[in-house]
Design a protein around this ligand. Structure first.
Ligand SMILES: [Cu+2]
Length: 72
């Protein structure tokens, strides 16, 4: 069973940021897709809730150099 959430991320400004955040999230086992919307400063994440939780999102986004504000 897959779930999709939309997350508010602080600090993304260009295509590089988009690629960095999407790449960091997609690298996690259990995350199926991650798509950044630069206009809205959000990333839509489709994931397996058995394998992945909010802490994984926070950690991956933080390691990429951005800040997860919360769920939209
Ligand atoms: Cu950038």
């Amino acid at each position: 069973m897959k779930e999709t959430v939309e997350l508010q991320v602080k600090g993304m400004s260009c295509e590089h940021c988009k690629t960095a955040v999407e790449g960091a999230l997609r690298a996690i086992d259990g995350i199926e897709s991650a798509t950044v919307n630069l206009d809205k400063n959000t990333v839509a994440v489709t994931f397996d809730p058995v394998k992945v939780d909010f802490d994984h999102f926070t950690e991956a986004i933080d390691e990429a150099g951005y800040e997860l504000i919360g769920q939209v």
